[in-house]
Design a protein around this ligand. Sequence first.
Ligand SMILES: *Cc1c(COP(=O)(O)O)cnc(C)c1O
Length: 340
Amino acid sequence: MIGRSGSRTLAPMAADPTDLPTPDDVRAAASRIAGTAHRTPVLTSRLTDSEIGASVLVKPENLQRTGSFKFRGAFHTLSRLSAEQRRAGVVAFSSGNHAQAVALAASVLDIPATIVMPTDAPAGKLAATQGYGAAVVGYDRYTEDREQIATTLSGERGMTLVPPFDHPDVIAGQGTAALELLEDAGPLDALFVCLGGGGLLSGSLLAAQALSPGAAVYGVEPEAGDDARQSLRAGRIVRIEQPRTIADGAATTALGTRTFPILRDHVTDVLTVTDDQLVDAMRTFATRMKILVEPTGALAMAGLRVAVAADPQRFAGARVGVVVSGGNVDLDRFTALVGG
Ligand SMILES: *Cc1c(COP(=O)(O)O)cnc(C)c1O
């Protein structure tokens, strides 16, 4: 089976600027996922509004199916596969949320799924992925290359590789969260989005182009893994060492060949936050909005708070959107982090 010519990969690793997704692709993705993905609500908190000095509109994708926005991109991508591709199955590599998203999307569409996951992935994420019926293959995140493992599997078994962020259908699907926020809340002055490999931010930038072209859009990444900030400064994709941060969903080492140009051309700025600032934001979500947010999911809110701490008038009287990206954190870990 090795080297079998019928294998196909959704994600050529080389750049192909002609297949960058557009704002219309995000609108089309929204129709495709409607009825299968949850339309999550818009949350507000008076206390947060007075702290930030703005009207803050939160899109809680921790309440999405599988507990993160990743279900949007995964379901959208899988729903566009041919009958032949569906029969051969899909393979994905992920530190957790993309795994669960692909596993559930595959199960909804009756497609076999294999997930390549780090052996130290949170137990809840591993159990959930297996619970959706996916086969799990483990790897060491500090010594092995997950892309290589997944690519080999797809080559050997003819499975379609579903990348976590660097694919036009994935990006368009992720953009539907911000699209819904803008539909439900109206145009915004600013939008804060969690940033790892840039799929969610790229899709959000396209959604903003469609429905709120005047909005300033900020990506927020962990300080320990500031590859996007470095890449935008350098004008090329900068690859960093595997970062150590509690924001495991954003512990990516490089932007993608599609997400980089979208960020480069449209993002207003990329901010970074520390792990302590993430924990503060997690605590704030729990106490004020009564929602359980994982460390990575708190990046955008932490970034907004850091920006306002540096300049209290920065968003005075503005309408500011915040995308909460996920809520998958073991309860023991959550209490250890926010209780400390
Ligand atoms: C994957 C993920 C991110 C980062 O998304 P990208 O598209 O890689 O930038 C942020 N938060 C959570 C909860 C995630 O699962």
